[in-house]
Design a protein around this ligand. Structure first.
Ligand SMILES: Cc1ncc(COP(=O)(O)O)c(C=O)c1O
Length: 366
């Protein structure tokens, strides 16, 4: 099958898969959505069930209690925080309000940045991470690359789909150089809490020192709550935060999402359990995959692993099909622009599911 004839499925398109492959969506293990396999925390679930009546009230317009929980969780002042309907709303608000003349997107990456930028009409330039650098960002090379008129840099850290990450120390150098050139930096940290050491990666503390920086996060992946639609943004730029607030619909975070967010971010046992599960399984899986002769992997910092297929004649779509026919949905990465070659991406699920996927991949790639 030629590239152009491949159906492209987003990680969460289980309905489409159901129709296309005639497999019931309940029977599919979602290795493509990058969502914590533990599911919703049982204590959050119980507390929400007991407090469903919050739906009968409008949320607090200022989301004071939710912002206090975010402030504690991220160790930054509440005055730095914006909340939104998933990180998606904040990405959209940030991009539309920056109205960048010339944005630089570090890729291959999540496609929504490009989509939002196209709506604003400015110039967009892609800076490609290099496979020979294992997709790790070379800051001096990026700085030399940035066009004269660039005014926005977008990066995802850890990055989707490469799972590579930039350290806070190097982000500090980037933010400083960008500030000197009048460039605003957006860092999408949707996956940062899965990193082996999030404290070494996160740009949140830098928001105290750089007003040309905004960090965006959400609860969809780490807290297994993509249907809740809750995200937050952190910046020390008070004027920019105020302009975001003016353009945001009131109550865009529902009262149930606001309550759930507070409960999740304070749920230390669940956070610990998730970190232990993802950490140990990620290590186990990278060990197995490293032994495959027809695959190359890149050190993963997120809860997913990018694999390059090195077998002549074997495409990412063929591997995708082999997995989906066994009820496992992985991501065929052929739709990611600037990812030359055959790649698949899958997230860490429960050990027994991971074993099934490894057995399937071993038949093709070992
Ligand atoms: C890098 C990245 N950012 C943001 C999102 C969207 O997250 P949310 O559900 O918080 O809108 C995704 C979802 O796949 C993602 O991969």
């Amino acid at each position: 099958m030629k590239n152009t004839e491949r159906p492209a499925f987003h990680g969460s398109d289980l309905e489409q898969i159901e129709k296309y492959y005639h497999i019931k969506k309940e029977e599919i293990t979602g290795f493509g959505a990058n969502v914590n396999p533990l599911g919703l925390s049982p204590s959050v679930k119980a507390a929400l069930a007991e407090n469903l009546d919050v739906i009968s009230r409008y949320p607090d317009r200022g989301y004071a209690s939710l912002k206090a929980a975010i402030s504690d969780y991220c160790q930054i002042p509440t005055s730095f925080v914006a909340v939104g309907n998933g990180s998606t709303e904040l990405i959209s608000l940030l991009i539309s309000q920056r109205r960048a003349r010339h944005a630089v997107v570090i890729g291959p990456t999540y496609s929504e940045y490009q989509r939002e930028l196209e709506l604003t009409g400015g110039q967009i330039t892609a800076y490609d991470l290099k496979e020979e650098d294992r997709f790790e960002l070379d800051i001096p090379d990026l700085l030399a690359f940035l066009p004269e008129d660039a005014d926005l840099v977008i990066l995802c850290n850890p990055n989707n789909p490469t799972s590579s990450a930039v350290t806070q120390e190097r982000l500090r150098a980037l933010a400083g150089a960008c500030r000197a050139r009048g460039i605003f930096v957006m860092v999408d940290e949707t996956y940062v809490e899965f990193a082996p050491n999030p404290g070494l990666i996160t740009a949140v503390p830098l928001t105290r020192d750089f007003d040309n920086l905004m960090v965006i996060r959400g609860v969809s992946k780490f807290f297994a709550a993509p249907g809740l639609r809750l995200g937050y943004g952190i910046t020390g730029n008070k004027a920019f935060l105020a302009s975001l607030a003016i353009h945001q619909n009131p109550w865009s975070v529902s009262s149930i999402a606001a309550l759930a967010g507070e409960l999740m971010l304070r749920d230390a046992p669940y956070i610990g359990k998730t970190r232990r599960l993802i950490g140990s399984e990620r290590e186990r899986l990278t060990g197995i995959l490293s032994g495959f002769s027809h695959a190359r992997i890149y050190t993963p910092y997120a809860n997913f692993i990018l694999v390059r297929i090195l077998k002549e004649g074997l495409s990412s779509f063929q591997v995708f099909e082999a997995a989906i026919r066994r009820g496992m949905m992985i991501r065929d990465c052929s739709s990611f622009e600037s990812l030359e070659g055959e790649y698949i991406r899958f997230c860490v699920m429960l050990p027994e599911d991971n074993d099934r996927l490894m057995a399937c991949l071993a038949e093709l790639l070992a």
